[in-house]
Design a protein around this ligand. Structure first.
Ligand code: UDP
Ligand code: MG
Length: 321
């Protein structure tokens, strides 16, 4: 292992958290030095409009273990984590919120769970939460759904406090608002040892929450994307082509039936009903058209997948040279 690799990379996404930063950094510094860890702290300023970046600069001026990344505008927590992960060099990468709701005192135990107990990812579980009911209730619902669809037994998917084995963060791509589902992304990437640890949570001390009510809608839509991509992302044709073929056959079969029915009536000398008088005819046409559309959607999906340059990027775990 690389000798100058620090034990810990602490990645902290922040958006307008100027008041919290000095206190948070002092606390982190105390914990890591007490435990004898080598570390780096990476502050990712997600386009703050207050003086957060100046605060990060002044902290970094007196502590060589502090790194900063600044976005030109607000891109969101997922983007901030993505860039923090790309820059992280430690054996264990720990993420925590900047608002002092997550306690740095949890760091040593999280580190041990990764290094000694062999977990790939440990998620903090805010068993006793200090957040308003309007947030904790929807969150319960989210977590129940996420547990159900992913099969990962976590109580708290979206906790900002998490610890990762270094190669986990290098093999997942957190984009959009996917920071809520990182354990699911990790599971797809083949990391199976996902655990949780009950952590202390505190009420927000300064400022206010950066996510509004839209978090619920976005969260659900993202969960649907996550489910879709995990099942069909690599082979959209299996879903769309399958459904399309089914619809097409259904519509085609019905049309055939209508034609045969008409011909048989004619041959018996009966006066058949006009095809356009029958609801079944319209259903059949709609089914054929939708079937072709679905099939095309699958085909386009395959073409797009074929064009993506990084589709085989994250396959390999270890090699012997
Ligand atoms: N955050 C961010 N970009 C954003 C929104 C939030 O980097 O667009 C950071 C924020 O500064 C904090 C963490 O993400 O460090 C969690 O945000 P917040 O405390 O507002 O979320 P909550 O605790 O209400 O879930
Ligand atoms: Mg918070």
């Amino acid at each position: 292992m690389n000798a100058d690799k620090p034990n810990l990379s602490i990645v902290i996404p922040l958006y307008n958290e100027e008041e919290s930063l000095p206190e948070l950094m002092a606390w982190i510094e105390r914990v890591v030095t007490e435990n004898g860890f080598t570390y780096e702290t990476i502050f990712v300023d997600d386009g703050s409009t207050d003086t957060s970046w100046e605060v990060v600069e002044s902290l970094a001026a007196v502590n060589p273990h502090i790194k900063g990344i600044r976005f030109r505008r607000n891109y969101g927590k997922s983007a901030a984590l993505y860039c923090g992960f790309a820059a992280a060099q430690g054996e264990v990468v720990i993420t925590m919120d900047a608002d002092l709701q997550d306690s740095p005192d949890e760091i040593p135990a999280l580190y041990r769970m990764i290094i000694q107990e062999g977990y790939d990812l440990v998620s903090g579980w805010k068993k006793k939460r200090y957040d308003p009911l309007g947030k904790t209730l929807p969150s319960k619902f989210f977590n129940a759904t996420a547990r159900l669809v992913s099969g990962i037994k976590l109580h708290d998917f979206n906790s900002g406090l998490k610890a990762y084995r270094s190669k986990v963060v290098k093999s997942i791509e957190v984009y959009g608002e996917m920071h809520r589902y990182i354990p699911i992304l990790a599971k797809w990437a083949g990391f199976r040892r996902i655990g949780e640890k009950v952590v202390h949570h505190r009420a927000r001390k300064y400022g206010k929450s950066k996510f509004g009510w839209e978090r619920m809608i976005k969260g659900y839509l993202d969960l649907i994307s996550v489910m879709f991509i995990s099942r069909f992302g690599k082979s959209p044709m299996y879903l769309f082509g399958g459904l399309g073929t089914l619809m097409f056959l259904l519509g085609g079969g019905t049309t055939l039936y209508l034609i045969i029915e008409k011909l048989s009536k004619l041959s018996q000398g009966l006066i058949p009903r006009d095809v356009t008088d029958q609801p079944l005819f319209y259903i059949a046409i709609a089914a054929v058209v939708i079937g072709v559309q679905l099939f095309l959607a699958g085909f386009l999906g395959e073409l797009i997948g074929r064009n993506s340059t990084d589709r085989n990027k994250y396959l390999i775990d270890e090699t012997i040279e």
